[in-house]
Design a protein around this ligand. Structure first.
Ligand code: FAD
Length: 365
């Protein structure tokens, strides 16, 4: 008999996993606490171009794309430099993106997952409305994943809050993302349309940080939409335990430097679905970590160094980045920051600050 698969969470990664499983002949059932897919939104909607390529086994429609990004401007303390890369990323309508991924799927809306209990060779899943049976349970229930809390001891996971405004303001650059390095975190301005930008940050106090940023940069405009969200960073220890698997934000499959989670989540979802198809679910944890854990670990380390830099050190690092503009343009990858960092370390200009960075690493906060 075919395996019964229940996916908790009809976000983009739960839906993508379900589409692949469907294509492989399964009939997955999703449970979703909200009454529709794609809302509430908690994302800037900036995704690298690879999301829409054949790298993804289930090719994703481009109809949610609303703007094309050809590079970024990095700001620090009244200085800036520009990185130009044609069609490096897209601004998407996240609601539409999610809704399209959910097309044709079997979703139980307004069902809140409450818990799982081992039963026979599978699990009884308890929701606020009913009980369901599954041979395999997939937790795609986001950064606050209840399933992760059930199967993992989360001692190495850190949470941050995000806030974003859609403002009625003419973007200074219609095809460039602006990034402001301002501790404790960073801020982004993403051009959405002729007269709309998406401005936000993710940090420990995002609301206060964003207010301060808007004041300092004298950015004013009518707020069209405002939302928050949470991200979970770390290396999630067990992402498969006895036919329960975690994927997407639930498994912390996110780039720690930019907080982008869609690409890593889609990549891991592809591996998860193929492991289920090939009857080797136990290999999933190892496989996705082979692919993504290196990037996550380097991102976490660089994030830690960034948090410890004093203004003088940050200025030095910024000047170094500015000098490495060509390396970033030629070897940078929107999705794989770790590889770019390794390339930059090979550059002679980096040797002069290597000692300082080692000192920062060892001196603590
Ligand atoms: C402010 C902000 C900006 C971001 N910007 C970007 C960006 O520009 N680019 C990018 O790639 N990533 C971005 N991210 C991250 C991105 O939003 C996530 O990585 C992505 O949404 C992960 O998808 P997911 O399906 O794993 O989880 P989610 O999108 O969180 O979906 C989880 C689903 O599970 C449901 N659910 C949760 N608990 C239960 C329960 N108990 N019962 C039933 N259903 C449940 C939820 O309702 C939701 O539908 C941003 C995040 C934040 C906070």
């Amino acid at each position: 008999m075919q395996k019964r698969i229940v996916i908790v969470g009809a976000g983009p990664i739960g839906c993508y996993t379900a589409q692949l499983l469907k294509a492989y002949g399964f009939q997955p059932l999703l449970i979703e606490e909200h009454n529709e897919v794609g809302r509430p939104i908690h994302c800037t909607g900036l995704v690298g171009n690879k999301v829409f390529t054949k790298e993804m086994p289930f090719v994703i429609s481009r109809s949610s794309i609303i703007n094309t990004i050809n590079g970024a401007i990095i700001h620090y303390d009244n200085q800036h430099f520009t990185i130009e890369r044609e069609r490096v990323a897209y601004v998407i309508d996240r609601e539409r993106f999610d809704k399209e991924l959910s097309d044709g799927l079997n979703i139980l809306f307004q069902h809140v997952f409450l818990g799982v209990e081992k039963f026979d060779s599978g699990y009884i899943i308890e929701t606020d409305k009913n009980e369901l049976f599954a041979d395999i349970v997939i937790g795609a229930d986001g950064a606050n994943s209840s399933l992760r809390k059930l199967v993992n001891h989360e001692n190495n996971i850190r949470y941050f809050g995000g806030i974003q405004l859609r403002l009625q303001v003419k973007p200074r650059y219609k095809d460039l993302v602006e990034v402001y390095l301002k501790k404790p975190s960073f801020f982004w301005i993403v051009p959405e349309a002729e007269d709309i930008v998406r401005i936000g940050t993710i940090s420990e106090n995002p609301y206060q940080d964003l207010q301060k940023f808007l004041r300092e940069e004298k950015i004013k405009g009518k707020i069209i939409e405002k939302f928050g969200g949470r991200v979970a960073l770390g290396i999630c220890k067990n992402t498969v335990t006895d036919n329960i698997a975690l994927v997407g934000d639930a498994a912390c499959q996110m780039k720690p430097l930019s907080f982008g989670g869609i690409y890593f989540g889609l990549k891991a979802a592809s591996l998860l679905a193929s492991c289920i198809r090939d009857n080797r679910l136990g290999d999933y944890d190892l496989l996705w970590k082979e692919d993504l854990a290196f990037e996550i670990k380097i991102g976490l380390k660089v994030k830690e160094i960034y948090s410890r830099l004093n203004p003088k050190e940050l200025k030095t690092v910024f000047s170094l980045l500015k000098k490495q503009k060509a390396v970033i343009e030629n070897k940078g990858d929107f999705e794989n920051h770790g590889r770019l960092i390794l390339e930059m370390i090979k550059e002679p200009a980096f040797y002069s600050v290597l000692g300082d960075i080692l000192k920062i690493l060892f001196r603590g906060t």
